[in-house]
Structure formats: structure tokens, C-alpha cells
Design a protein around this ligand. Structure first.
Ligand code: CUA
Length: 168
């Protein structure tokens, strides 16, 4: 009998702990707005050239808001920019304060990216369109870096954002 009571108490304790964890997940989502990265939809990665990713690049949506379409592939982020660093990394220029919504997909293998000093970190699964929005508040140069090992050129896979001062 005592053993049963002990078991019953343990079950109550475990149930309470699970309840606390569940409440934390709900609170994180509802109160603090912490959610899994969103997907903007799915495409067939074999016919990426017949989608909006055929013409990647920055689209001015007005009011200092931008959409950017970026196609990831071994081992470049193609943002449709013709301006490049000496190493062949594309450069994207946005004005200070620009709110940029990313639409990024992969043509081949799983890639991922973070934007230095900004809160955006997404996995790029072929066939899936990853999306997220950040505001470039401070002028400067920020790299978008592939953070999922994707082959021998992985460490060179990046894109450069230059945030231009509003007073310049
Ligand atoms: Cu792309 Cu690592």
C-alpha cells in the first residue's frame, strides 16, 4: 500500500512538472512571442527557376520596408546583386532603419543562415521557403552567414549587408 501511495505521489509530481513545462511553452509563445521560425510556403526545388526565386533580390515595398528574395545554393547566397566584394560575395545595400522581410530557399542541400548582430536565424530546407523580418537599426556592415555544414565551400558562403546611414 505504501509503495502504491509513493507511486501515486510520484505520478502527481511528474504531472505537475509536465504541467509547468507546458505552461512555460504556452507563456513563451503567447506572452513573449517566441515561436518557431515561420515557413512562407513550399516550392519544388527542382524548378526553382520558375518561381519568384528566378529573380532574387531586394524589392522596395515603400515606407522603408523591403522584401528580399535569396536563393541559397552550394556555396553562395544569390540575392540578385551585381555589386560584389573582392572575394565574390554579393553586397546588398539598405538604408538605416529598413525593415527587411526575408524569403529564402535552397536549391540543393540544407543550408542555414544568421545575420550578424540581428535576431534572425533560419534553417533552409530545399523546397521550403523560410521567412523572417528584421530591422537594420544601425549603419554598418553585417554578414549573412551559412551556419549549416553544406560541403567544402561552406565556410565561404555568405552575403554582405551594408546599412547606409540616413544622414549620408
Ligand atoms: Cu551553405 Cu553551409
Amino acid at each position: 500500500m505504501d509503495a502504491h501511495r509513493l507511486e501515486q505521489n510520484l505520478i502527481l509530481v511528474f504531472a505537475a512538472v509536465m504541467g509547468v513545462f507546458f505552461a512555460m511553452v504556452v507563456a513563451a509563445a503567447v506572452v513573449f512571442g517566441i515561436n518557431p521560425a515561420a515557413s512562407a510556403g513550399f516550392i519544388n526545388p527542382l524548378i526553382v527557376d520558375q518561381t519568384e526565386f528566378a529573380n532574387p533580390g531586394l524589392r522596395n515595398m515603400g515606407d522603408n520596408k523591403y522584401d528580399i528574395y535569396i536563393l541559397a545554393q552550394m556555396w553562395v547566397f544569390d540575392a540578385g546583386s551585381e555589386e560584389m566584394t573582392a572575394d565574390g560575395v554579393q553586397i546588398v545595400r539598405v538604408p538605416e532603419g529598413a525593415e527587411v522581410t526575408f524569403y529564402v530557399t535552397s536549391r540543393d542541400v540544407t543550408h542555414g543562415f544568421i545575420i550578424e548582430y540581428h535576431n534572425l536565424n533560419l534553417e533552409l530546407v530545399p523546397g521550403q521557403i523560410a521567412t523572417g523580418t528584421i530591422t537594420f537599426d544601425r549603419p554598418g556592415t553585417y554578414r549573412m552567414i551559412c551556419h549549416e555544414y553544406c560541403g567544402r565551400g561552406h565556410q565561404d558562403m555568405n552575403l554582405q549587408f551594408i546599412v547606409e546611414s540616413a544622414s549620408a
